[in-house]
Design a protein around this ligand. Sequence first.
Ligand SMILES: Nc1nc2c(ncn2[C@@H]2O[C@H](COP(=O)(O)OP(=O)(O)OP(=O)(O)O)[C@@H](O)[C@H]2O)c(=O)[nH]1
Ligand SMILES: [Mg+2]
Length: 219
Amino acid sequence: MAVQTGDALPSPLPFEPLPAFRASALQDDSQAASCHGKRIGILVVTYNAVTTLMKVLKRITPNVWANVEEIAVFDDASQDATYELAMGIKALRELPKLTVLRHPRNLGYGGNQKAGYRYFLQKGFDIVILLHGDGQYAPEILAHLYKPIVNGEADAVFGSRMMKAYGGPLKGGMPLYKYVGNRILSVLKTPRWICALPSFTAAIALIVSPRSARSISPT
Ligand SMILES: Nc1nc2c(ncn2[C@@H]2O[C@H](COP(=O)(O)OP(=O)(O)OP(=O)(O)O)[C@@H](O)[C@H]2O)c(=O)[nH]1
Ligand SMILES: [Mg+2]
């Protein structure tokens, strides 16, 4: 079901948030979404995401669509029709802000991310936001993530898949074995290793995306 938010601008796609976000205090992002002249890019990493990609794009709020300069789908040589679907969405929905790229071979999750960060850095963007094409991150709250960076209050912001307020990690799609592992590691006082939805200034993206080797990255 498409949803209209407060003073939202017309969206290029119908806005379809998950139920957990419909009544959320974060829902009205009309103030938070402003880019204040900063060049913001969203990097959507995809691998076999044909069943989820469109839903992810529809969960991005109209205000964020209006304020970001580019949303780039980086398809990691999917074996399904993710790339073709993304190209079709771009063409049929007339989305000039949507860029679709496909790697000729699978680079892995880290390699795909690094390619995406490099892409936005080379274009001179100020802020890069990582979004998973499998829908496990929350596109609905992107404005609240990049706002501290736009305002100069933070260089990097990370979401958390562990937050119960929006359904919690399992409903968000985290596999049970990873959830259990995370809880055990947390009890053992090991730093939490599962964070999500990172947004970086371009400078920070450069640090997390060195040119060498396949990276371990925030997930
Ligand atoms: N698995 C995998 N994912 C990739 C690859 N390249 C890009 N991705 C994308 O990276 C995102 C994260 O991959 P996931 O395997 O879901 O990693 P995760 O979310 O940390 O782990 P789960 O909790 O098991 O879903 C997904 O949206 C994929 O579409 C790749 O080579 N392998
Ligand atoms: Mg995932």
